[in-house]
Design a protein. Structure first.
Ligand SMILES: CC(C)(COP(=O)(O)OP(=O)(O)OC[C@H]1O[C@@H](n2cnc3c(N)ncnc32)[C@H](O)[C@@H]1OP(=O)(O)O)[C@@H](O)C(=O)NCCC(=O)NCCS
Length: 106
């Protein structure tokens, strides 16, 4: 799912669902237009679309350092459910934990 503004791609979100569960794989907004509510709009539209397909639980992983994304998801109603140690490898080779989040819908 994507947001186009003035013929330009400003953000997109990718999710996959199987039966009543879904995973959000990524959400990205162009750095030039962050803080304008585009990610919130993408997430709300995606959650409504998944609910319409019968999804009841939505899962995702987020870097422990990614405060912006965590606040986005907490604001939408997600909760922390656990963590995966050293899940990500950053560009400098340092490993970082993934925080697991989940939300019930429908
Ligand atoms: C995370 C990201 C998608 C947010 O996109 P955005 O369009 O700027 O977000 P929005 O303007 O819709 O903000 C929605 C909420 O996210 C949170 N948020 C967004 N940017 C934030 C920041 N810099 N610091 C803290 N919270 C932030 C806030 O809770 C905000 O709600 P509020 O404005 O009511 O406080 C964007 O920063 C991005 O593309 N980051 C790089 C990719 C990434 O980290 N994706 C997530 C991977 S799990």
């Amino acid at each position: 799912m994507a947001i186009i503004s003035d013929d330009s791609l400003v953000g997109y979100m990718v999710a996959a669902h199987v039966l009543d569960q879904a995973d959000i794989h990524t959400v990205v907004v162009d750095v030039a237009v962050r803080g304008r509510g585009y990610a919130k709009q993408l997430l709300q539209t995606m959650l409504a679309r998944l609910a319409g397909k019968g999804v009841e639980q939505v899962f995702l992983e987020v870097r422990k350092s990614n405060q912006a994304a965590q606040r986005l998801y907490l604001g939408a109603g997600f909760s922390f459910t656990g963590k995966r140690r050293h899940y990500y490898t950053n560009a400098d080779g340092v490993r970082e934990d993934a925080l697991l989040m989940m939300m019930s819908i429908n």
